[in-house]
Design a protein around this ligand. Structure first.
Ligand code: GLA
Length: 861
């Protein structure tokens, strides 16, 4: 059935077509025949063929039968379809203004001023306008208040008409402001060009009507020319001018595949050859917008970039909640939630390397109330940058600007003419249905664009770190392989301690930087170790920390100037080590050689790339004195080049991103990697909430989780927790009791059954574990035929039903507990076939009720 809405829409189309075709040869179109509802007027409404007070148009005592009467400030935009020739009118202040009224008339075409009246006052005879508008797409007719307020500014466009080329369609009045709409399935970001040529943003969460372009609503505010809050861009021009004005220049929109669109908005400074391009890539189906800025210029010398954000979206200020994450070594990703209040809230890192040790560049804004899993408008922000970052939330009482980008702290960047500075990408993910929906969309985006091989399930890994630490040799490592194979693991990762000869790496005090296998421990190098693993059907991986050096190393003996340090200051060590200066070409070559040499060893198909300290003395002996402030940014760019080269040269080698635990967790680096190491804290009671929090932004297949003895928790509980992420083990298998070995073997075999569901399926977070008796989540396969439910009991409680989400309500699922804990009664629903609807409404009673028990339930056809 056709709705009246569809009908009126169809009618409008017919009318529009009739209008479009109704013109005979070269025509004069009276301006007053256009849709004046689109025209703005500072008082009353514009009138066709009358003055704004409703009497005949009269200028300087002369009456005009045709034209438009309006009032400053006034604006009419007309789409000419590039088919017009001339614009003609007689303009002046209407005699109804009495002895008052002073205005200026402006005719602009496609953003360029074509004609200006200068100040026109009451009584002045009508001024003739005759402007060539050939080739113009959008004609813009404006009346300003003449600079003295708009009282009595009655203004007439008398006899105004447009001469069109022969056969052209009739021009169409457009909405007064050009709206640039960025759209995904459920989210719209509206930008608009103001009368002053600046670009404005309609605050996210604000009412549609509240779209007046005030300076505090600028889309990319610049410092030094009127904007008084936290700017997005602060620069010093080559001539020392500290102000910038950015005016809208042009827009390009390019459709990419699969519902993606690239939008580039060019802004320019009218007084300098300086441009900033706001770049957006929208991903329609997953409500993701990626945003960054490209800055370039042709000034007479370098321009100093003092602050250059990737994004600075505006939000309505009422009830805006911010969830962010702080931490430390072993305590990464601790959530905190607050209502944003007036003032500026800054979340930042000044660490340069291992930059996320204390704070993470990921946050969530919730528009209506504190965020919840299954309802409410939320937007996640994630800055793809592994260096020092700054996220600032500037609440000025009228709006909240969420600025994100490289940290401006001590980071002035001298940009040479002709060079382009590209800011890191900010990723925004929207949902109107809470955190769960937001995360599922984020994960879908990430599988395609955020990390490598996002559609291929991962192997089960065994790491020797917890088993041996630094204390091993060839035989000890090989002795771990058969038990590893027997229990079902598929990949062996050799951690720290395999290298260094003059200064053997037998603890963390020496050897870092000397990447030759230790002759005593591994007399024949790494290859035989790898080949022994491969012989047994195990993949082999290796730990490296290419960016670092111990002062006790041959590398430091030879190249003390290769490290980042401040001259005249005592060296400050962290974990007995220093960071190599990656801005230095020899260091870039050295690190690339190390990576190539290690990853080229036959049989190595996995690497853990670590980085165990941050910068505290940011001095480079490579960068010139006036460019020391480039270190933070240039380091990160050089690091990305190295990572990109590694990913390209070793496309089949899986990579884990690690930095002394979760010190480097962001999509800037992760796109070259497969997974990350969230924390050195393997205690499963800590991991349950921590993995929950990481999962807001990262799919669980990227979140490495290893079974270890940390915290001395029951291994069944530890295995269940690790199975809910990217499963691995950090155990001395030989020392396990037969019961524990059986629990681990059972977990591995169960995991192999369900890993396609947990790794490639959709995540539903069910029961938040923080300060709670238990936590629960479930995964659903993309076709919704299978699911896995995890329940983690953190304190003693009751075995109350857990209610999964995302199932097909009509499908039957057979309930089966995976790898049940020895000695516990069977699941009450074991073997039963139950509809998705019943499972979701009535739930399943798990087998766990006491602290440190867990229950993993498979739902399958
Ligand atoms: C860091 C990592 C650990 C381990 C050690 C080795 O701390 O986070 O997992 O690899 O280094 O030195």
């Amino acid at each position: 059935m056709r709705t009246s809405f569809q009908f009126s829409k169809a009618l409008c189309c017919v009318v529009a077509m009739l209008r479009a075709t109704s013109l005979a040869p070269a025509e004069t179109v009276w301006l007053s025949s256009l849709d004046l509802a689109q025209m703005t007027s500072g008082w009353s409404v514009p009138k066709a063929d009358l003055g704004v007070v409703g009497k005949p148009i009269s200028i300087g005592g002369k009456q005009f039968a045709r034209g438009i009467g309006t009032h400053a400030e006034s604006k009419l935009r007309v789409d000419l379809g590039r088919k017009a020739k001339r614009f003609l009118a007689k303009v002046g202040v209407d005699d109804s203004a009495g002895n008052q009224g002073s205005v200026e008339f402006i005719v602009a075409g496609d953003g360029k001023t074509l004609w200006q009246s200068g100040l026109v006052t009451n009584g002045t005879p009508a001024i003739a306008v005759n402007v060539d508008i050939s080739g113009v797409r959008v004609l813009d007719l404006r009346v300003t208040n003449g600079g003295d307020g708009s009282g009595s500014d009655h203004a007439d466009w008398a006899e105004a008409n447009i001469e069109m080329v022969e056969g052209a369609a009739k021009p169409v009045a457009l909405p007064a402001y050009e709206i640039i709409s960025l759209q995904t399935k459920n989210f719209t970001l509206n930008l608009q060009v103001g009368d002053d040529g600046r670009l404005y943003q309609h605050a996210i969460g604000a009412d549609a009507g509240d779209s007046e372009p005030h300076r505090w609503n600028e889309a990319c505010p610049q410092s030094g020319d009127g904007y008084i809050w936290e700017p997005s861009l602060q620069i010093v021009h080559a001539d020392g001018n500290t102000s910038t004005t950015l005016l809208y220049d042009s827009l390009t929109r390019t459709n990419e595949t699969d519902g993606r669109e690239m939008i580039r908005i060019r802004l320019h400074d009218p007084a300098y050859p300086f441009e900033a391009v706001l770049c957006f890539r929208t991903h329609r189906d997953v409500d993701v917008i990626e945003q960054w800025m490209e800055i370039h210029h042709q000034e007479s010398g370098p321009v100093k970039l003092e602050r250059m954000t990737s994004s600075s979206l505006l939000f309505a200020p009422t009830n805006l909640h911010l969830m962010h994450f702080f931490g430390d070594w072993g305590k990464e990703m601790q959530p905190t939630m607050e209502l944003l209040t007036p003032g500026t809230k800054v979340l930042d890192s000044k660490l340069g390397v291992r930059a996320h040790q204390f704070r993470n560049p990921n946050f969530i804004l919730s528009l209506d109330a504190p965020p919840t899993e299954n309802s409410g408008r939320v937007i996640a922000g994630s800055l793809a940058w592994s260096g020092s970052f700054q996220c600032a939330f500037d609440h000025n009482g009228r709006s909240v600007r969420a600025l994100a980008g490289v940290n401006p702290f001590a980071s002035t960047y001298h940009l040479k003419p002709g060079k382009v500075f590209i800011t890191p990408t900010m990723i925004w993910v929207w949902s109107s249905a809470g955190l769960g929906d937001m995360s599922r969309k984020f994960h879908a985006w990430a599988r395609d664009f955020g990390f490598r091989d996002g559609h291929e399930p991962r192997t089960v890994l065994l790491n020797n770190w917890e088993a041996t630490g630094f204390d091993f040799d060839f035989n000890r490592i090989v002795s771990l392989y058969d038990p590893a194979k027997a229990i079902g693991t598929e990949l062996f990762l050799l951690d720290d301690g395999w290298f260094g000869n003059k200064y053997p790496r037998v603890n963390d005090k020496a050897g870092l930087g000397d990447w030759s296998p230790n002759h005593q421990r591994l007399p024949n190098g790494l290859a035989p170790l790898a080949s022994e693993a491969v012989k047994r059907g195990l993949h082999f991986g290796i730990w490296i920390e290419p960016e670092m050096v111990n002062p006790k190393s041959e590398l430091f003996d030879q190249h003390p100037d290769w490290v980042i340090r401040q001259p005249k200051r005592e060296l400050e060590l962290q974990r007995n080590q220093l960071v190599l200066d990656l801005t230095r070409p020899e260091v870039q070559q050295f690190e690339w050689r190390v990576i190539q040499d290690v990853l080229s060893v036959p049989g190595i198909t996995y690497a853990k790339w670590d980085g165990n300290r941050y910068l505290t003395q940011p001095g480079s002996s490579w960068l010139p004195a006036d460019q020391q402030s480039h270190l933070w940014i240039d380091y990160t760019h050089a690091l990305y080049e190295l990572m990109a080269k590694t990913a390209k040269a070793f496309p089949k080698t899986e990579l884990m991103l690690c930095a002394g635990g979760g010190g480097r967790v962001d999509y800037g680096a992760l796109k070259y990697f497969h997974e990350f190491w969230p924390s050195d804290n393997n205690d499963p009671t800590v991991r349950v909430p921590m993995q929950w929090d990481y999962s807001y932004f990262f799919p669980v297949m990227t979140i490495a989780s290893h079974v270890a003895h940390s915290g001395n928790r029951p291994l069944h509980f530890a295995c269940s927790v690790a199975m809910s992420a990217r499963f691995g083990m950090d155990l001395d298998l030989v020392k396990l009791s037969p019961e524990d070995r059986a629990v681990c073997a059972g977990a591995i075999s169960a995991y192999k059954r369900i890993r396609d569901v947990t790794q490639l399926g959709d995540l539903y977070r069910l029961e938040r574990p923080h300060d709670a008796v238990r936590g629960a989540l479930n995964f659903v396969s993309p076709d919704r035929s299978r699911a896995v439910v995890f329940v983690f009991q953190l304190k003693d409680g009751e075995a109350s039903p857990v209610r999964p989400l995302g199932l097909d309500p009509l499908k039957y699922y057979v309930v089966h507990e995976l790898n049940p804990a020895p000695g516990r009664a069977d699941l009450a629903a074991e073997g039963k076939s139950i509809t998705g609807q019943d499972l979701m409404s009535s739930g399943i009673i798990p087998t766990c009720s006491k602290a440190l028990e867990a229950c993993v339930i498979e739902l399958a056809p």
